[in-house]
Design a binder for this molecule. Structure first.
Ligand code: F6P
Length: 553
């Protein structure tokens, strides 16, 4: 394991910077956002930052200038900048897997130089992007033909986790930029219903499967890919020679791809220094590139790169990922916030929060530090949320009047998408009125006096009072373009990085997913044969027995 400064440091909660923050927190007490705004009429103007096209308003946070200074001190003391620089340099900061963490190289310009083990990886990155672009163009133009000579009308991406959520999310976000007569579908669940619903109305002769798996060993993906191959060959009445025209693979594992029966000429490669949840701007984005075209894909990568450069070079006071990361640390440590809501006011971002769940929770859902010592502080929050207006009529009640502290990000866009039906454009003001109203209500609430002044009977006043003081960040951009999507994702990637660095955890491994996989492998034969059930705990054994009986076994 490579040594980094973080391995040897004082436990976070015993640093003087932590103690200073704890003291400051108790001095802040119940200070209300109403007071902070009253004390500084300029707060709404001064507490904003800009990165690329993203205007970030953090005025409605429970922080003073002193809070922010103390948080930046904490970042300095915990070596956030040093770890960031080590990441950008290609050092093996994923210490438990001995790997570099270089998703930033995936969006570097062609002439950049980024070395891993002394080799510049940028030419390889661009060689794969070029190969993807050539292939995407052939599929989009109809030049790529299926086994029977028909062009492709539907692309089905088979993958799970990072090999699904990124392209599936981005395809939704960028729908207005897609070639509308080419359908892209995503299959991830090992529940056969997922593949069934994806292919039931398709003509195999016009279908292209993309098997996306970094390891090419993931049981869900390989199982679905085998089933898809049978569906294709049965449907075409063809032999395995048809596979070459209907299957391509995205992987780091050439041998696994070959063993599956996909020609490695039809494989798009990436590298072990790309984490699954950081991979949709690698070959894993092929389905997206086919949908939106190589130029829009490049625009998206440039958006990522812009925020990478901002994170790498902006001073701490102006560094947006640093700020957002530190705010999360503040609420987790000193307000006992367990959750973080991401609430987009754009229908196209409907899968954005689900994508962020893997990015954030698989990265920072850890409870030991980089040297294996149990942490004595909160790490990653529960990340959740759906498009805002729908949430308003479902769970916002809890945000407004519940007992929990749930910081929230509100994301909105000034312009509706370009190809919206003209009759629908007027709805955009109503959408954005809700967007602005909610953060206002969450921050300032409604006092009992204000409620009573409306003539509300005394017994109802407590029910109609809004305490307010709920912290939110507002991210506003002019419109949701490929570049803006890249900027948003990179912003969250680096926010997660900052938090992992402060908490001194390895944000780049995911050992917590292993145990369930191992146990499932052990249980599957018991479901089939009934043998070995006695080795299970009594609850699981009973459930398995009931399952077998319900299945008539
Ligand atoms: O099980 C978790 C995980 O390893 C994720 O980190 C990853 O994105 C996903 O599985 C899929 O892995 P692969 O791309 O290797 O199929």
């Amino acid at each position: 394991m490579s040594e980094t400064r973080a391995d040897a440091r004082t436990p976070l909660d015993r640093t003087p910077q932590w103690a200073a923050l704890a003291k400051h927190r108790s001095e802040l007490g119940e200070t209300h956002l109403r007071e902070l705004f009253a004390a500084d009429p300029e707060r709404g103007r001064t507490h904003t930052l800009q990165v690329g096209d993203l205007h970030v308003d953090y005025a409605k946070h429970l922080v003073t200038d002193e809070t922010l200074e103390l948080l930046r001190d904490l970042a300095a003391a915990t070596g956030v900048a040093e770890l960031r620089d080590a990441m950008f340099r290609g050092e093996k900061i994923n210490i438990t897997e001995g790997r570099a963490v270089l998703h930033t190289a995936l969006r570097a310009p062609r002439d950049a130089v980024i070395e891993v083990d002394g080799v510049n990886v940028v030419p390889e990155v661009h060689a794969v992007l070029d190969k993807m672009a050539a292939f995407a163009d052939r599929v989009r133009s109809g030049e790529w033909k299926g086994h029977t000579g028909k062009p492709i009308r539907t692309v089905v991406n088979i993958g799970i986790g990072g090999s699904d959520l990124g392209p599936a999310m981005a395809y939704e976000v960028l729908r207005p930029y897609t070639k509308r007569d080419l359908d892209v579908r995503f299959v991830s669940n090992v529940d056969g219903a997922d593949l069934h619903e994806a292919v039931r109305d398709l003509d195999p002769a016009e279908t292209l499967f993309i098997v996306a798996s970094k390891t090419f060993t993931t049981i869900e993906t390989i199982t679905n890919a085998v089933s898809a191959r049978s569906w294709l060959l049965d449907g075409l009445g063809a032999g395995t020679e048809a596979v070459a025209k209907h299957f391509v693979a995205l992987s780091t594992n050439a041998q696994g791809v070959q063993d599956f029966g996909i020609d490695t000429a039809n494989m798009f490669e990436f590298w072990d220094w790309v984490g699954g949840r950081y991979s949709y701007d690698s070959a894993i984005g092929l389905s997206l590139m086919i949908a939106i075209g190589p130029d829009a894909f490049r625009e998206m990568l440039d958006g990522f790169h812009l925020v990478d450069e901002h994170f790498r070079t902006a001073p701490p006071e102006q560094n947006v990922p640093l700020l957002l990361g530190l705010l999360g640390v503040w609420y987790g440590a000193f307000f006992d916030a367990q959750a973080h809501a991401v609430l987009p006011y754009s229908h196209y971002l409907s899968k954005f929060t689900a994508y962020l769940q893997q990015l954030d929770m698989e990265s920072n859902g850890k409870s030991v530090t980089r040297d294996g010592t149990p942490v004595g502080w909160q790490t990653g929050p529960v990340v959740w949320g759906t498009p805002g207006t729908n949430g308003q009529h479902a769970y916002y009640q809890l945000l407004h009047q519940g007992t929990k502290v749930i910081p929230a990000d509100f994301i909105g866009f000034a312009k509706p998408v370009a190809d919206l039906l003209p009759g629908l454009v007027a709805q955009h003001d109503l959408l954005l009125a809700n967007f602005f109203a909610q953060t206002q209500a969450l921050a300032f609430g409604k006092t009992p006096e204000e409620v009573a002044a409306e003539g509300v009977p005394a017994e109802l006043v407590p029910h109609k009072t809004f305490k307010g003081n709920h912290p939110t960040t507002t991210i506003l951009a002019a419109e949701l373009t490929p570049s803006v999507l890249g900027q948003l994702v990179a912003l969250y990637e680096h926010k997660v990085f900052v938090q992992g660095a402060v908490w001194n955890i390895d944000s780049f491994d995911q050992w917590g997913v292993e145990l369930g996989k191992v146990l499932a492998k052990r249980i599957e034969p018991v479901l089939l044969t009934g043998e070995g059930g006695e080795q299970l705990d009594s609850s699981t054994a009973e459930l398995v027995a009931r399952y077998r009986s319900l299945r008539g076994r």
